[in-house]
Design a protein around this ligand. Sequence first.
Ligand SMILES: NC(=O)c1ccc[n+]([C@@H]2O[C@H](COP(=O)([O-])OP(=O)(O)OC[C@H]3O[C@@H](n4cnc5c(N)ncnc54)[C@H](O)[C@@H]3O)[C@@H](O)[C@H]2O)c1
Ligand SMILES: [Zn+2]
Length: 336
Amino acid sequence: MRASVLTPALELVIEQRPVPPVATNDVLVQVSSVGVCGSDVHYYRHGRIADFVVEQPMVLGHEAAGRIVAAGEAVDPRRIGERVSIEPQRPRLDSAQSLSGHYNLDPDIEFYATPPIDGAFAEYVSIPSVFAHRIPESMSDDAAALLEPLSVGIAAAQKAQLTVGDKVLIAGAGPIGLVLVQVAAAYGATEIVVSDLDAARLALAEQLGATASYDPRRGEQPEEPRFDVFFDASGAAPAVVAGIRALAPLGRAVLVGMGADDYALPISTIQNRELLVTGVFRYANTWPTAIGLVQSGAVNLDVLVSGRFGLDQVKEALDTAGSAEVLKNMVLPGLA
Ligand SMILES: NC(=O)c1ccc[n+]([C@@H]2O[C@H](COP(=O)([O-])OP(=O)(O)OC[C@H]3O[C@@H](n4cnc5c(N)ncnc54)[C@H](O)[C@@H]3O)[C@@H](O)[C@H]2O)c1
Ligand SMILES: [Zn+2]
């Protein structure tokens, strides 16, 4: 098969590789569409994220969909031919975290495109069959791939115990902020305020359900602390501090964005208002909800797609990703 490989010198090359073997409980998926994520761009530009370093050639891409073309011995062979969205993780199912339902927190988990594990910018990938989620025929390949970032938003909403009537503040209107807007609306939030530095992204946030938006550089942030939930999807320390300060007593803050490892938080505000502040690490058990939200029309993922690239064009897809105009580039391994 063909795969786009990132070398330790941070060059992208097309390699001919053997199709991955199909273990007993796995399926082999012919990849149709893969979203480019900020983490892919980061590995390509800097060769590392925290302790994960590109030390050997690896394949990027973890937001993937495709069609099952082979099944391991323990998998129902009738699944061959199914269109699926891939949940790109491989936890040890007997870890304490997995047994308690939090398999995303298994310290020995393998995750696509996190060194040294290969991702999905390739013609075929293998995945445990339970993480190849069947999608309805009405769902596009791109939307099926983007159930992955949607899952991040759903996991954050669950952490925040988001509920009907909540007033929600979201910092950042990139792909994660924009799925959070839609998830918040689907959960019944009655006020959804979004901040970003880019006017076009703020306009899209309003189109997708935000009730108001602002650019923090214009000093327009909310004065009174009245929000029930704050999501950070920016990774920007000033946005996190302002977001926590904007919470009403008993408010919940979920820090999704990744920025500096350490920075100062307004502790007395957290104490005096009894705020809950937590992080979220990817997701567990979110795909059924994600599929339902897209199928019902509550969440539109196709609107996030900016461009489509073949395996030969992964460099272009990564070079143009992350600009204000580009929300989500997609890599289509089957594109001629
Ligand atoms: N915790 C997890 O499991 C998880 C999973 C996926 C992504 N993430 C993180 O979530 C974040 C969002 O992902 P994305 O793909 O949408 O990234 P993105 O870079 O496209 O979006 C971030 C947005 O934040 C905006 N921003 C920057 N500074 C700001 C400020 N001071 N106030 C308001 N907005 C500001 C940017 O203009 C940009 O639109 C990233 O940090 C990413 O690493 C975390
Ligand atoms: Zn991602």
